[in-house]
Design a protein around this ligand. Sequence first.
Ligand SMILES: O=C(O)CCC(=O)C(=O)O
Length: 341
Amino acid sequence: MGESRFAEPFLRRRRFTRTLHAARNFDERFTPGASADGQEFFDMRSAMDLRPTAGKEMSRKALIHSRGGVPTEDLARTSTFVAFDEIDACVTGLEQDGVYVFRQLMPSTMVHPMLESALTVPAAPRGRDAVASPFPRSSPTVGRYDIDENDTMASPQMQDFCSDPALALIAARYLGQPVIQDQTALWWTTTQGAADASMNAWLFHQDRDRLSFVKFFCYLTDVGPENGPHTMVRGTHKRVPRAMSRDGRKTDEAVRAAGLWDQVTELTGPAGTVLAVDTVGLHKGQPPISGDRCVLQVEFATSLFGAHVDYPRFDPTDLSRERFAQEPQLLQRWYRSFTDE
Ligand SMILES: O=C(O)CCC(=O)C(=O)O
């Protein structure tokens, strides 16, 4: 026991160096379809136990010839969702607190068709080996239903949000490197499934998706305190007490005991609310007490190194075609939707 207490920090530092080399090799040799292997994934996550900023440090040191993109300001001005004058405020909010709530709501003309799509496409009940079918809104049986990326992208408005150049510019400025849109997610949470709190991400945790990344969430339903708001601990994207630095789920009691409760922030807002969150900090969803909650999320990362990469296949809109042509690096995961491959 005593031995491992001293050995672990040493091992994590070794994994930090190993991850640096692995990430550099990965980016130099990258071909579409590549993913980090299991050992690299383990090393990266373990090294990120050192401190919340370890992944960003590794990214800056390793990724010398970036494979990502940075949209121009002119492109960012074409955003459907983000007012150009909120870009700097968002970057500052992320830097200071690890969170920013956009003042501008997504227009209801966008939210309504997105919600309609989230109600129509197949949704998989988490933890059940069942065929995905449209979200059973009046009689859910589990706490979380996840929608596949191909089905998410069936919505033209979701394609627009997930390729938004202003969001990508914020990500690149905040992370200090070019970025790649590396992941999207769309899910419902319900009043069912309190026993599955860990599986439904209803306990505090720190994401270690890749070395350096940031997420944008959009609420597609009204989210009040009763509807399971996204909840994060301000400032923990930069610093966490040693007792909280290890990977894994943490209870509210543990967060209280670490003296962090004053920093806990519930993010409520009407449908159309857009949030930027550095989920390297402690965060969780909450189980809805009434109603349900639908969230769309897009993530930008500095590299595809670190974890499995999906390459969605969907029917691109004219806007998506234009954006793919303008930012092929940033949207490189989309290539299968533009070729016969
Ligand atoms: O549902 C939420 O608000 C948080 C979800 C989350 O943290 C996760 O899926 O890892």
